[in-house]
Design a protein around this ligand. Structure first.
Ligand SMILES: Nc1ncnc2c1ncn2[C@@H]1O[C@H](COP(=O)(O)OP(=O)(O)OP(=O)(O)O)[C@@H](O)[C@H]1O
Length: 850
């Protein structure tokens, strides 16, 4: 185990400002904040492996911080160097350098090729790749079209970016050209802080493969593969200072977010193996790719760049706190060798042979080295065992969490199925009612029964209230375990704001850890075919979120439908009330023709009575009065029977009545004219007779009887005229009544038609609602099907996990037995050595460290 090497580099100030308040003081490997008076500020002093001041050139930084790692990479160790710091603090300057002052990357490339030439006994194959992480997407800088690449993991290759172009190179110049080409594709942008600010994290990777050259036709078959990562991170930034907006702001958010995850990972790693628990490597692409460089199998150096200006004192302090925590992170680097079975066998035979020779040759010093080697091996195995045990523990935890999720899913599925079943049955019942409704006629006579049916239909709600248990279960579902977890991606949306930035850069460790956590899902130790890549935490959360959204949409739709339904029921009630009132009115209107008929009959009776009395009083059947009365009786009976007929028609059906009124009016008019003519004729003939009688009286003296008859006739004539006038008045008033009732009837007819139209619109609305209910129930069914699929996948994943666990267990057992055999081998060696010592007492046993 070795600690990560951490150095701080202070860049030259951009402007020569005078320090009014504080300044950073560098003393050897120590950097501290001082007041302008020179007094150190307590609590703001840090010591690192190296602290480089502003005058330090790139060559020195490289020599002290990187060269060893490059050496080790050629030997077969993984190596990583990365620059971390606020924007414009000199990360790119350190990693890439300038034309006259090459940075770490260029020097490393040159050295790799220089070093391999010194290893005559080995042959090398070097591959390089260059990628950037821009807005949390991985792009290949050596191939412009290679974008949005995915990260994968396998036992053989570890964590790798699938589809990334790897160029085989044989000399430094070739790599420099590739780097230049990659730089062109890299995302830079101008901010208030830096005219050429890196807007992405870049990772330049060299994979160095080597094996011993074949000597005398034999080779060791062991291949060493090491990866050297040279990383230039984008700088953390305060939006207020960079003035970022639009695209820059989005970039800034992504940069701060991934740096925050990096800080989180460093925090966890710095806590020590026992307390740290789950390491949230998977929360950002950067930490995922650098996983093995942070607390894993690699030699790592971090160079933290800071700005000396007083205005950046808070940012510098944050960077130093990050560096201070990084100091505590330990890695366990080892040579990466890939051995074929034959090579393994050959190597073990050789080892045994060597041991035998050493034992026989009594080379105590060699033996001592051998024992030390064995002890180291043992230590390595122990570490590996510890790591495996931790992974196993993590797997168990994950298993428990997954079980919990499956249970929650099950509950959700049950609830959804309930809803789907429920809405199905509702839909069916509504459809039946709807069909019965549409089969109804809309005639006036069927209003009553139709109204009853409509009332029934409208009073059936489209949805019932969800069972109470559903609500309770749902709230259970929303409860997420926050133990052993990492930050939710959503929680990072506002990382770019001031508060989050302060937390990140001021180094409040506890605050960083208190961010809302998601359950840790780790498949690091799985074989490539063990678990499908689709089953990842991100995907799982995404699916859950999708399902939640669908659920919310379905619930909203349901609420809306319920609201519409309530409105419709209200509207329906109002309509029903109006229909009832209208029916009352219609009933009254229907009674009017009957009343009219009754009054016509009464008038007819009176008229007949009057005429019969009059006829009885006239003795002479051939007299004018009698003729007149007979004529009037005839006219009257005609008139009344016409009126009666029409009134009867009105009683039987207002439609017919309304169409025939013109005929009635015409007939009445004809009869009136005839009556008037008869009366006029009677009056003129009466006047002529009177005149004749008067002249006869004048000629023959007075005639009492003739005079009496003339008076009687005039009196009757007057009475008759009066009767006719009364009759005419009555007729006119009846006609007026008739017109009025006709108007009322027409009005009620049109309002009835309006209501009918409204009813049709309501029915259409209802149909639309039913349709919506049907669709949402279909949606729910789809969701439930999706749930089922998800559940199935869960089950299969659980099964895979189980088999994996068994595999790990088997491996553990094999490992323990190997350990035992090592221990017995060790004790065997020890006893042999002791025997040997006792036979050769020159060397003391204690010097071997037992
Ligand atoms: N040690 C140094 N010596 C001389 N100049 C430096 C040094 N460090 C940085 N600079 C200059 O400061 C400016 C900003 O540096 P650089 O672009 O490397 O910052 P950065 O940290 O990469 O910023 P960003 O995160 O925005 O990309 C550049 O002009 C660079 O040349």
């Amino acid at each position: 185990m070795e600690k990560i090497c951490v150095a701080v580099r202070v860049r030259p100030p951009v402007t020569q400002e005078s320090f009014n308040g504080t300044f950073w003081n560098i003393d050897d490997n120590r950097i501290s904040l001082h007041k302008s008076s020179g007094t150190p500020i307590s609590g703001v002093a840090f010591t690192f492996d190296h602290v480089f001041d502003q005058s330090c050139p790139n060559s020195r930084v490289y020599e002290l911080l990187t060269k060893d790692i490059i050496n080790a990479a050629v030997e077969g160790f993984n190596g990583t160097v990365f620059a971390y710091g606020q924007t414009s603090s000199g990360k790119t300057f350190t990693m890439n350098g300038s034309e006259n002052n090459p940075g770490i990357i260029h020097r490393a490339v040159k050295d790799v090729f220089d070093m391999i030439t010194k290893h005559d006994e080995r042959e090398f194959l070097i591959r390089v790749s260059y990628m950037e992480i821009y807005n949390e997407e991985i792009n290949d800088l050596l191939m412009v079209n290679n974008q949005k690449l995915q990260i994968h993991e396998s036992l053989e290759r570890g964590v790798f970016v699938a589809g990334l172009r790897e160029e085989i190179v044989s000399e430094a110049e070739q790599v420099h050209k590739l780097l230049e080409a990659g730089e062109v594709n890299r995302h830079f942008g101008e901010t208030n802080m830096n005219v050429r600010s890196s807007r992405s994290h870049t990772i330049f990777r060299m994979v160095i493969e080597s094996k011993t050259k074949e000597m005398d036709g034999s080779s060791s078959d062991a291949i060493r593969v090491s990866a050297l990562n040279l990383v230039d991170l984008a700088g953390s930034e305060r939006i207020a200072k960079t003035g970022a907006d639009g695209v820059r702001l989005k970039e800034g958010k992504h940069i701060n977010k991934s740096l925050m995850v990096l800080g989180n990972v460093i925090n966890k790693l710095s806590e020590g193996a026992k307390q740290r628990g789950h390491i949230p490597y998977r929360d950002s692409k950067l930490t995922r790719i650098l996983q093995f460089s942070l607390g894993g199998n690699a030699k790592t150096s971090i160079i933290c760049t800071v700005a000396p200006e007083e205005v950046h004192v808070e940012e510098t302090r944050g960077t130093l706190q990050f560096a201070n925590r990084a100091k505590r992170v330990t890695n366990c680097a080892q040579v990466n060798e890939i051995l074929t079975d034959a090579a393994l066998l050959k190597r073990q035979t050789l080892e045994i042979e060597e041991l035998r020779q050493k034992l026989q040759g009594s080379q105590a010093v060699v033996m001592e080295q051998e024992i030390l080697k064995l002890r180291n091996d043992l230590l390595k195995y122990e570490l590996e065992h510890e790591k495996l045990a931790m992974e196993l523990e993590e797997e168990r935890k994950l298993q428990r969490q997954r079980d919990l999720h499956i249970k929650e899913q099950q509950i959700k599925i049950n609830n959804l199925s309930n809803m789907v079943n429920f809405s199905d049955s509702e839909r069916k019942s509504n459809t039946t009612q709807h069909q019965s409704l549409s089969g109804q006629g809309m005639g006036e006579r069927s209003i009553n029964s139709q109204h009853m049916r409509q009332e029934e239909a409208f009073s059936t709600p489209g949805f019932k209230e969800a069972p109470k248990s559903y609500v309770v279960r749902r709230s259970n579902y929303a409860r997420v375990s926050d133990s052993d977890a990492s930050p939710l991606p959503d929680a990072f949306n506002d990382v770019a704001d001031e508060d989050a930035w302060m937390k990140m850069n001021k180094g409040y460790v506890a605050d960083l850890d208190s961010i809302c956590m998601t359950p840790a899902i780790k498949v690091r130790s799985l074989s490539s075919d063990g678990i499908s890549p689709a089953f990842s935490k991100g995907r799982y959360e995404h699916e859950i979120q999708n399902l939640r959204k669908q659920m919310e949409i379905a619930t909203k739709e349901k609420d809306e439908l319920e609201k519409n339904h309530r409105d419709q029921v209200l509207l329906n009630n109002n309509l029903t009330k109006e229909i009832t009132e209208l029916r009352e009115e219609a009933k009254l209107t229907r009674e009017i023709p009957q009343m009219l008929f009754d009054s016509v009959t009464t008038c007819k009776d009176i008229y007949n009575d009057v005429l019969s009395v009059m006829q009885r009083s006239v003795d002479d059947e051939k007299s004018f009065a009698n003729i007149l009365l007979t004529c009037m009786t005839e006219i009257g009976s005609n008139l009344f029977s016409t009126l009666e007929t029409h009134c009867r028609m009105a009683v039987d059906g207002y439609q017919t009545f309304s169409t025939d009124t013109s005929i009635l009016q015409e007939q009445c008019k004809i009869l009136c004219d005839r009556l008037n003519n008869s009366v006029a004729l009677l009056a003129s003939s009466d006047a002529q007779t009177t005149m004749e009688k008067e002249s006869t009286t004048r000629q023959c003296g007075s005639d009492y009887k003739g005079l009496e008859f003339g008076e009687d006739f005039a009196c009757w004539n007057e009475k008759l005229s009066n009767e006719i006038n009364t009759f005419r008045d009555k007729y006119i008033s009846l006609e007026k009544d008739h017109d009025h009732f006709k108007q009322v009837l027409e009005e009620s007819n049109s309002s009835y038609l309006d209501l009918e139209r409204e009813l049709q619109v309501l029915q259409q609305d209802r149909e639309t609602l039913l349709d919506k209910v049907f669709k949402s129930s279909q949606n729910l069914r789809l969701v439930s099907e999706e749930r089922d699929m998800l559940l199935e996948r869960y089950k299969s994943e659980v099964q895979k996990r189980k088999s994996l666990k068994q595999g790990i267990e088997q491996f553990r057992v094999a490992f323990v037995s190997r350990q035992r055999s090592m221990a017995s081998f060790h004790s065997d060696c020890k006893s042999r050595l002791e025997d040997h010592m006792s036979q050769n007492p020159v060397v003391e046993v204690s010097s071997f460290g037992f």
